[in-house]
Design a protein around this ligand. Structure first.
Ligand SMILES: [Mg+2]
Length: 151
């Protein structure tokens, strides 16, 4: 993946080894823009322009979000195991996936907005909690739930 300095987008290129880790593909990263607040604002404009705010109460947004998660799951249904990077997926399948992931994110952000949860800051607090709950020294390489660990 190559990062374009001009517009902050990522362009897909052939994976190549780096850092001397032979055969290990370069790590995937997101573009820096738009950020979550940019996306929240774009969706707010979209709903304002259509007078759809009257329908976008938290519970309706939650149900819409779950519906989109269902559409996302449909893309993986009956495919068995899928490897990282989705090597066997066609471009149009990848584009459908990008669309459904976006639907999920858009509704998630709007739900957070309508619940007055500042999601970027909430994520930071949650990551602190996760680190406390799952100390790397204790859980390295294990998939156990935190309740299964003893000091
Ligand atoms: Mg959808």
């Amino acid at each position: 993946y190559l990062k374009s300095k001009e517009n902050g987008t990522n362009t897909r290129v052939k994976s190549k080894p780096q850092n001397g880790r032979a055969g290990r593909p370069e790590k995937f990263t997101f573009s820096s823009k738009p950020n979550l607040e940019n996306i929240r604002r774009m969706q707010a404009e979209f709903t304002d322009e259509r007078d759809w705010n009257q329908f976008h109460q938290p519970r309706n947004l939650l149900l819409a979000l779950v519906g989109e998660v269902g559409e996302l799951a449909e893309l993986f249904q009956w495919r068995g195991g899928v490897a990282e990077g989705l090597p066997d997926w066609t471009e149009s399948e990848r584009e459908n996936l990008a669309h459904e992931l976006s639907d999920v994110l858009i509704y998630l952000l709007e739900l957070a907005e309508k619940c007055h949860v500042d999601l970027p800051q909430a994520v930071l607090r949650k990551m602190v909690q996760n680190r406390r709950k799952y100390p790397a020294s204790k859980v390295h390489g294990s998939a156990k739930k935190y309740t299964e660990y003893t000091d």
